[in-house]
Design a protein around this ligand. Sequence first.
Ligand SMILES: NC(=O)c1ccc[n+]([C@@H]2O[C@H](COP(=O)([O-])OP(=O)(O)OC[C@H]3O[C@@H](n4cnc5c(N)ncnc54)[C@H](O)[C@@H]3O)[C@@H](O)[C@H]2O)c1
Length: 292
Amino acid sequence: MSVYMTKWCELAKQNINNRPNVGGRLGGKIVIVTGAAQGFGKGIAEELYREGASVVIADMNLPLAEEVAKNLGERAAAIAVNVADDESVAEMVGKTVETFGGIDLLVANAGVVRSGPLATFEKKDMDFVTSINYTGLFLCCKYASIIMQAQHEAAPDRLFDIVTISSKSGLEGSNKNFAYAGSKFGGIGLVQSFALELCEYGIKVNAICPGNYLDGPLWSDPERGLFVQYLNAGKVPGAKTVEDVRRFYEAKVPMNRGCLPLDVARAVMYCVEQEYETGQAIPVTGGQVMLN
Ligand SMILES: NC(=O)c1ccc[n+]([C@@H]2O[C@H](COP(=O)([O-])OP(=O)(O)OC[C@H]3O[C@@H](n4cnc5c(N)ncnc54)[C@H](O)[C@@H]3O)[C@@H](O)[C@H]2O)c1
């Protein structure tokens, strides 16, 4: 372990009983949300903040992350990170400990999508998705769990959490979207394995598998969003407008709407509050995907 990491572990141990006295379901907990400058991550961070957590908005896009943190208030801080970079993730964890004193919950949310047919899909796109959604997940879990293990030494009865944001495409295949689906299936393999290894340190590890966030930027961005892309590509038969494409995707959901950050945040809080479960992949899909 690097000298820096040893120092951050010591600092986290010293601060184990030093948490802000705030009410709420997550009152006083120190949380990192990766990819929190926009989309699901931003919404999750906002909900957890509202429930009393101190929140690190960790993202590649530092200016946007700073704006999110500023709008939240004094228990929020922005930290720049590239989750695919070993050193950068170690620094994110270190800066979190230096800023707030420890880590009680990691929400590993940062993720990307590149889709296309198998015959023309390029290796660089496969590598890009894998490096962020799969290897990046490993790095975030690795460094956060080092701090949590140190905290466990100082407070053996305390529980800590890692919650990864997978996808419904982590539970069933996704047509012409295999790089993404594969990375998300793989992420669940990591979650189950880390859960087994980290149990003895009081660290629970679970995944949330959301349905499509149809109101989020990935789908709804007027220029680059998936609705516009699918309309232009003629992916939805008979669709003439963005609204037609949207209704097509809504109709796939028994509960007839897209997934919202609050739906995902509730599942994150369930994972934290539930003291007798680990290694699970929990669908939050309005009934679109059901576990066997
Ligand atoms: N949007 C959906 O419909 C949907 C559905 C299911 C699961 N998910 C999952 O939810 C998570 C968030 O998705 P979203 O749609 O909100 O994404 P988004 O594209 O709106 O936001 C992703 C954020 O992650 C950041 N990011 C990207 N690469 C990064 C890196 N290497 N290091 C640090 N930050 C990085 C971006 O700057 C951005 O702020 C992803 O893991 C995604 O797979 C999304």
